[in-house]
Design a protein. Structure first.
Length: 95
């Protein structure tokens, strides 16, 4: 049950919920996609930046495309999934 290198399906579940993401219970982790430059200037990223801040702490993690930066906030983890190198690259232009 759990521990480094051990998969426990009961500890890792993804739940799709409709509604206000930021009203989720404090023990629920949140995730969203960001660029390597962590600009977070559009869409839901703006709300993550406003609600959780600590962009300097994210930048210190120096995550690259395909990696994940993490913050803790109260009893939850906030996952920043780095999916593109720069915010100016749009999804239709990125291979």
């Amino acid at each position: 049950v759990g521990g480094p290198g051990k998969w426990d399906p009961d500890m890792c579940k993804i739940k799709y919920v409709t509604g206000d993401l930021f009203s989720a219970p404090n023990q629920e982790s949140l995730a969203h996609c960001v660029s390597e430059d962590l600009r977070m200037g559009k869409g839901i990223a703006v709300l993550f930046k406003k609600n959780f801040g600590r962009v300097d702490a994210l930048k210190e993690q120096k995550k690259l495309t395909g990696e994940c930066a993490v913050l803790t906030h109260d009893r939850r983890f906030i996952y920043y999934l780095v999916n593109i190198p720069q915010a100016i690259i749009t999804a239709d232009k990125y291979p």
